[in-house]
Design a protein around this ligand. Structure first.
Ligand SMILES: CC(C)[C@H](C(=O)O)[C@@H](O)C(=O)O
Ligand code: SF4
Length: 470
């Protein structure tokens, strides 16, 4: 009998070129995604006279340094340089760039799945920590560093230590008004930002199977916020339906061969996980982060912690520091906290289904007077598709800005940032100190919760909003 293996073990094994011992392996890389933020490595390679082995397996899209204002020129000198580097270096090597205005540009973790570049069982890398997103399609995706970038570009392989296996099982049904973002924020609260360190996480359970592919991408997107470089969902019929007909997905006979392989990509029933976490999905309410780390999260009907009640002195200090930065009082209810800005965007939550769920809340309503609210679609494709079904009109009529695709206020790029002390409800994945601008305060939520906050002018429970008929 062969040893039972996990989904992750199987994909790992299929990519081992050489076993290097001590848990290390040389792995083949199927897709190397390149952002403008990672393009410096290409410049370094040229200066060192290093050739790229398989430029046809590398795909680039500018995202961090593109302006999201119509016109699209980066307003910062750094952005201009990164964009210029990416275009010049990619062109010199024949790397396909999904460039601004091509109709296909997008945040790289949105573009990859959308183009069918991300496939079940494929090893996908990018010099960006949220490459774990691609696991939503059953790919083995993870972020790499600058030296690994060069190794991959030159050899199409990389050396990795094999992480351990972890499984988070979400059992039971997701309640109305609750989404994949709430599931993963809740999980961050349960396991903490170091809970997945050194592990590849598989998300499983009936609540995960019930998610559509875009929601699975959201789920996997925050794996790195749980400390894991890798997060995955086993591919299934929904995965195949999502991929069929995409530009880079296999076609014809190749499609049948691929699907036959993809069907083998699931954890064996008796596969062993080094760590297992069980989460009762039915008990999850819409989540809001209150602090400066994704694990500092609370249900919308909850209160922020009171440091006075925390025994561990280090934890007490860090909770106090987070409350101070966020301008919140110990033990206060999170609901009702007034907000200044709402950002619906990022590789976490700027796909069509995200924009639809936000629009369903916004339709027929107005953004509160003192709130600045933005929608930044994840890609040019999504922007077009959303416009084709009139979502832009809903957002614009409500008083949102409808911007062009890019990372934008997720990381305060290109002047897209909040002012010191401003409170932002954001659909992105990081609420670190200064992430959305020096002194800016970030609360992470789902798109529907962000939309509700924009309308109410305060953090509030989206379940209190009745959908207005179209
Ligand atoms: C700029 C890039 C390297 C960074 C990352 O690795 O994730 C960014 O995308 C982020 O989200 O903080
Ligand atoms: S959208 Fe945000 S999290 Fe995603 S790649 Fe861009 S900066 Fe990183």
């Amino acid at each position: 009998m062969p040893t039972p293996r996990t989904l992750f073990d199987k994909i790992w094994d299929d990519h081992v070129v050489a076993d290097l011992g001590d848990g290390f392996a040389l792995l083949h890389v199927d897709r190397h995604l390149i952002t403008d933020a990672g393009s410096k490595a290409l410049v370094d390679m040229r200066q060192r006279g290093l050739e790229m082995r398989n430029p046809e397996l590398a795909f680039a899209s500018p995202d961090h340094s593109v302006s999201t204002l119509p016109g699209r020129a980066s307003p910062t000198p750094q952005g201009v340089r990164l964009l210029g580097d990416l275009r010049r270096e990619a062109q010199a090597r024949g790397i396909r760039v999904f460039d601004v205005g091509s109709g296909s540009q997008g945040i790289v973790h949105v573009m990859g799945p959308e183009q069918g570049l991300t496939l079940p069982g494929a090893l996908v890398v990018c010099a960006d920590s949220h490459t774990c997103t691609h696991g939503g399609l059953g790919a083995l995706g993870f972020g790499i560093g600058a030296s690994e970038f060069v190794h991959i570009a030159v050899t199409q392989t990389l050396v990795q230590a094999k992480p351990r296996n972890m499984r988070i099982r979400f059992v039971g049904r997701l309640a109305q008004g609750v989404s994949a973002k709430d599931m993963i924020l809740h999980a961050a609260g349960v396991v903490g930002t170091a809970g997945g360190t050194g592990h590849a996480i598989e998300y499983a359970g009936d609540a995960v199977t019930a998610l559509d592919v875009e929601a699975r991408l959201t789920l996997c997107n925050l794996s790195v916020e749980l400390g894991a470089k890798i997060g995955m969902v086993a591919p299934d019929e929904k995965t195949y339906a999502y991929l069929r007909g995409r530009p880079y997905a296999p076609a014809g006979q190749d499609w049948d061969v691929a699907v036959a392989y993809w069907r083998t990509l699931r954890s064996d029933a008796d596969a062993c996980f080094d760590r297992e976490v069980l989460i009762d999905t039915a008990g999850i309410a819409p989540q809001v982060t209150w602090g400066t780390s994704p694990e500092q999260v609370v249900a919308i009907d909850g209160v922020v912690p009171d440091p006075a009640g925390i025994d561990d002195p280090q934890r007490r200090l860090s909770v106090q520091a987070a409350l101070d930065y966020m301008g919140l009082n110990p033990g206060q209810r999170i609901a009702g906290t007034p907000v200044d800005r709402v950002f619906i965007g990022s590789c976490t939550n700027a796909r069509l289904s995200d924009l639809r769920s936000a629009a369903a809340v916004v339709r027929g309503r107005k953004v509160a007077a003192r709130v600045q609210a933005w929608v930044v679609p994840g890609s040019e494709h999504i922007k077009q598709a959303a416009e084709a079904e009139g979502l832009d009109g809903i957002f614009l009529a409500a008083g949102f800005q409808w911007r062009d695709p890019g990372c934008s206020m997720c990381l305060a790029a290109n002047g897209d940032l909040a002012a010191r002390g401003e409170r932002v409800v954001s659909t992105s994945n990081r609420n670190f100190v200064g992430r959305q601008g020096p002194g800016a305060r970030t609360h992470l939520t789902s798109p529907a919760m962000a939309a509700a906050a924009a309308v109410a002018g305060a953090i509030c429970d989206v379940r209190d909003f009745k959908a207005t008929p179209a």
